[in-house]
Design a protein around this ligand. Structure first.
Ligand code: NAD
Length: 292
């Protein structure tokens, strides 16, 4: 017993990779069905050159699309591209009937406002759900393309069989792309939702009551066992590069995994948790957009 909270059983691990593979099977069939009807399933991404991690992300995206039979077209713009060039490309893709889904890799060059570009993406092709109209649609309970990471978290919670309706959900982190849309989705599922952020005082007073605890803060080791209600579902969204043993660089989440495993009922690992599910949700959003 590390913190006096340990249960007899270790948490069940939510295997994001295995879950993503199951979703991919269904997505592949849906893509094939569309292609059989001569309908296009195509994701177009705009990448302004200069950021190496965005480049790696684009390569991984291309591979995921290829696996599922989705056509992927990358539009690489020079590192000095201005607002008109990026905006012009988005508008061209909006008008192109062969393009099912659009995303814009971040960061954009300084002077090109992300918000303005994201608001230009056609609502029905906005595969990352970054056009404000899409999250507005969620609030109004309309069918919508929803940010992929938030969607991944919901699917992972549901995979445990724990019911969201009536449960207390605490989100640690309230960013525009993860924490806030997630809180809205949880509310839509009739959960009681508490959203916390870096300014929240005495965080443990909230987290310890959570039936479902989601952490998306980007702070390694932030969630320790004493912050977790025994038996809770704990979803770790964080992706942090740290120096591990012998100075080797490694990827960890926001949850102190080994400690929390002794207390939680279900726990998602990093890597192999929310990451692969986020990719699967982007692929699913692409097919949703194509079907519409
Ligand atoms: P962000 O920096 O935009 O937002 C962080 C949020 O966490 C803010 O609301 C901030 O107030 C809160 N926060 C920061 N420190 C805190 C603390 N000590 N206590 C409580 N709240 C705190 O980050 P983001 O873009 O939302 O990403 C968060 C993490 O999730 C990062 O590690 C990121 O790499 C990861 N991420 C993972 C995926 C995925 O697919 N798995 C996708 C997006 C982001």
């Amino acid at each position: 017993m590390t913190h006096g909270y340990a249960t007899d059983m270790a948490a069940q691990i939510i295997d994001g990779k295995a879950l993503a593979n199951r979703y991919k099977e269904t997505i592949r069939k849906r893509v094939q069905a569309l292609r059989d009807q001569d309908r296009s399933v195509r994701l177009d991404a705009i990448l302004v050159e200069g950021d190496s991690s965005a480049g790696i992300y684009a390569k991984n995206q291309a591979r995921s699309c290829d696996e599922l039979g989705i056509k992927y077209v990358l539009h690489e713009l020079a590192s000095d591209a201005g607002y008109d060039e990026v905006a012009g490309r988005v508008l061209l893709l909006n008008a192109d009937e062969d393009v099912s889904a659009i995303m814009v890799h971040l960061p954009l060059p300084s002077g090109v406002e992300e918000d303005k570009i994201q608001s230009l993406i056609a609502v029905e092709k906005d595969v990352e759900g970054v056009n404000p109209a899409n999250i507005g649609n969620v609030v109004y309970g309309r069918r919508s393309l929803v940010p992929c990471t938030a969607l991944a978290v919901i699917e992972m919670i549901e995979s445990t069989g724990v019911k969201l309706r009536g449960s207390i959900c605490v989100c640690v982190g309230a960013s525009r792309i993860v924490g806030k849309p997630l809180a809205v989705l949880l509310m839509q599922a009739d959960a009681t939702v508490i959203s916390t952020n870096v300014h929240t005082v005495d965080r443990h007073n909230f987290t310890r009551h959570a039936d479902v605890l989601v952490c998306a803060a980007g702070v390694p080791g932030l969630i320790t066992a004493d912050l977790v209600k025994p038996g809770a579902v704990v979803i770790d969204v964080g992706i942090n590069r740290i120096k591990g043993k012998e100075g080797k660089s490694m990827t960890v989440g926001d949850v102190a995994f080994e400690d929390v495993k002794k207390v939680a009922g279900y726990l998602s690992p990093v890597p192999g948790g929310v990451g692969p599910m986020t990719v699967a949700m982007m692929m699913r959003n692409t097919v949703d957009a194509a079907e519409r």
